[in-house]
Design a protein around this ligand. Sequence first.
Ligand code: GDP
Length: 479
Amino acid sequence: EAITIQELANRMAERAVDVIKLLMKQGQMLKINDVIDADTAELIAEEMGHTVKRVSEADVEEGLFTEAEDEGGLKPRPPVVTIMGHVDHGKTSLLDALRNANVVAGEAGGITQHIGAYQVERNGQKVTFIDTPGHAAFTQMRARGAKATDIVILVVAADDGVKPQTKEAIAHAKAAGVPIIVAINKIDKPAADPNRVRTELLQDEIVVESMGGDVIEVEVSALKGTNLDKLVEMILLQAEVLELQANPDRTAEGIVIEAQLDKGRGPVATVLVQKGTLHVGDILVAGAEWARVRAMLDENGNQVKVAEPSKPVEVLGFQGTPEAGDRVAVVENEARAREIVDYRQRQKREKASVQFSGARGSLEQMMNRLQEAGRKEFPLVIKGDVQGSVEAIVGALEKLGTEEVAARVLHAGVGGITESDVTLASASNSPIIGFNVRANKQAREAAERDGIEIRYYNIIYDLVDDIKAAMSGLLSPER
Ligand code: GDP
């Protein structure tokens, strides 16, 4: 924590030259743009007769996200669902089919807009679908500490079976602790073999109900519209088990699903309300931006006055464009909103000017962090050139586990290291191990940005030895 003399003077509403004079008396010759540390700043401020209050994110957030208001008023809320799966297995088709099936049944002639999420209704019960398939958005949000999904629909094409991205999606959902429903898609195809899908899923410890497990599966065809009703029914069933609840009668909280600067309308953000009810006229903060809600639009382009839990709405009235994954909270007035946003924007600027050193997702950092936390798991993402070596590595790492500490493989797969691997690793601050494979450019950039260490090996023994050393460091710091 450091501050320039100019900034300190501004915050005290004093002249910078007076601050410089005072520092000079104490033997420090500094100029207006020089930086002083927080302790010095505090001394100066006190000397000049100001009371010092060091503000932190915790301070500005105080009372912002609260659970106190939840009590007493909890009511069931619709589930929020994300569709994941391998490319071309039908994620987009399924999202479209579910939406269209609903439009036909419901608002005839309604023009659907892409706002990042939509709701469908069945027998008076609603389901919210996040309209960006794939796990990039899902994991990015999770990496930022936001949870926007209650249930993951894993789409697997019946004519293609379990593929690398299917496995990735499973890893992502598992890491987030979100239950999976398997949609076996394309059952209209002659080559469809749903049982092959069921069997292949066993490898990733997904045991569907028809094989004696507890993961719900539904055979569907997004193309023909087969069993879509049943899929929605199963989602509602799973939601019931999860007992999803929120209090609608409190100030709203939520999350930004999408945001952009619209030419005609200014900054626009789709907010998924998670608690309380959002009203036109409310003042809210979203990350480092704030808004007085001027209007809200649903996915059919209709104006709405209120949005209850699990409802996605496009919000107009932002001062600037927030970011997807930003948490949203309604505040009591504009002054409060400005205070929070000022602080966060300043933090953002300071962060941007500080060069990050020391990766947070390195083996060493991992050890320190786990030691501090007294935790016993050692998360890892592993990519290798062939299935055999990946299995051998995972097997060897499992053997290393003791009662005190164990490796937890978040994801082990065949192929080069991709951005998606980094996003997954980033969400759990885990290092990535590449065995006879490299990271592509996007992955390297993402790893650099997120501070995730990628380690390359071509001898299993070396790899296991390193992890063992890291883990034993964890076991006995003084040896
Ligand atoms: P995504 O990459 O997972 O979003 O997959 P898409 O939704 O783009 O679908 C990929 C291809 O599979 C498209 O050509 C779709 O028309 C086709 N497709 C999707 N669902 C079905 C289905 O149920 N049956 C058949 N026969 N084709 C499908």
